[in-house]
Design a protein around this ligand. Structure first.
Ligand SMILES: [Zn+2]
Ligand SMILES: [Zn+2]
Length: 371
């Protein structure tokens, strides 16, 4: 164990659908890296899926904490500073970063392997039983400490509770950014949001901030619709199980906006519903699948008629330097409500319960308190 290496607990996915709380060793940061003492981490469906990725893997890709140690070559950060971690880490000089599409950074998504070489971004500074272990999205936030590239860090305002801030780097950015950056909702526009979980609620808030005059929130759980209304939905529709083809739901949206809405978003994570926004959007309107659902879905081509745009954005088109300061301002102004999104808080050793609440459908966002 090197001098300065820290030992602490981390949630490790085993690659076979299970996880365990284990002790890992986290080395001091190298050049361009920062070691962070995690304070809180958001739990997301992606974390559940990560139990089947090639393991072992330190879980977690949303999180906030305090800078514990700073490597050489890192400027502008101080030890003890509260920070947000961002999983889509822009390198700033690949093809996509040059286009301004930083969320699609080819270094983050490991397309640019030649350039990446054997960076510690992959095998990490974290060791499990003496062997280097990967971290989810190069972060691994379900751990007491992690070492990340400095570009993954955004300093947080000092007055923002970290058990709320920790959800900014996934659900909030994805939802708000999909409305504001990708769909580019304009004042007076009409919007429908299918699914009011972690991402959908933030689509609602983004649409409200952008000035949408009609925001139709749709969910199968009544309490989620209540939350969506509090965050800006002007109409709510309860999706019913005896409407399998969603015909009544589509008709209900068209009762509100007869030509169809300007922007319709799917945020359920259910592949079968991925094309439902095309039934609700007007000609020339936007249909977005923001949940990252996987699996097959069937599309009748006329649903794309006429001039509809179908977009599957990643991470709300996040450009960290532009978007995070703006989110902090909107939170300070009370225009983004974080407090009512986080409904459940658990310890690191309670992930099983956290997953159960997340799947239950009534929860808002579930958070792990780490320190
Ligand atoms: Zn996430
Ligand atoms: Zn890049």
């Amino acid at each position: 164990m090197n001098a300065g290496t820290l030992r602490g607990p981390a949630l490790i996915a085993n690659g076979q659908g299970r996880f365990a709380l284990e002790t890992v060793e986290v080395e001091p940061p190298h050049f361009g890296e920062v070691r962070v003492a995690m304070a809180a981490a958001g739990v997301c469906h992606t974390d559940h899926a990560s139990m089947r990725w090639a393991g072992p893997l330190v879980m977690g890709h949303e999180g906030a904490g305090y800078i514990e140690q700073i490597g050489d070559g890192v400027e502008g950060l101080t030890v003890g500073q509260p920070v947000l971690l961002n999983w889509a880490i822009p390198c700033g000089h690949c093809f996509q970063c040059d286009l301004g599409a930083e969320a699609l950074c080819e270094r983050t998504h490991e397309l640019d392997v030649a350039h990446l070489g054997t960076s510690r971004a992959h095998t990490g500074a974290t060791r499990l039983r003496g062997e280097p272990v990967q971290r989810a999205f190069h972060l691994g936030t379900f751990a007491h400490h992690t070492v990340v590239r400095a570009e993954a860090i955004t300093p947080l305002p000092h007055d923002m509770p970290l058990d709320l801030a920790c959800i900014l780097g996934c659900a909030v950015m994805t939802g708000v950014g999909s409305a504001v950056n990708v769909a580019a909702v304009l004042p007076g526009d009409s919007v429908a949001v299918i699914g009011c979980g972690g991402v959908g609620l933030n689509v609602v808030q983004g649409a409200r901030i952008a000035g949408a005059s009609t925001i139709v929130a749709i969910d199968r759980v009544r309490s989620r619709l209540t939350r969506a209304r509090a965050m800006g939905a002007t109409h709510t529709l309860l999706a019913e199980s005896d409407d399998p083809r969603a015909e009544r739901l589509i008709a209900a949206v068209r009762d509100i906006v007869s030509r169809g809405v300007d922007h319709a978003f799917e945020a359920t994570g259910v592949a079968d519903l991925a094309f439902l926004p095309l039934h609700m959007a007007r000609h020339g309107g936007n249909a977005l699948q923001v949940s990252g659902a996987h699996g097959p879905a069937t599309l009748e081509l006329p649903r794309l008629f006429w001039n509809k745009r179908y977009i599957a954005p990643l991470y709300g088109g996040c450009v960290p330097a532009r978007d995070f300061p703006r989110l902090f301002d909107w939170i300070a102004q009370g225009r983004i409500d974080l407090a009512n999104q986080v409904t459940h808080r658990y310890r690191l050793d309670e992930l099983e319960r956290a997953f159960a609440d997340m799947h239950d459908g009534r929860a808002g966002k579930v958070v792990l308190r780490i320190a």
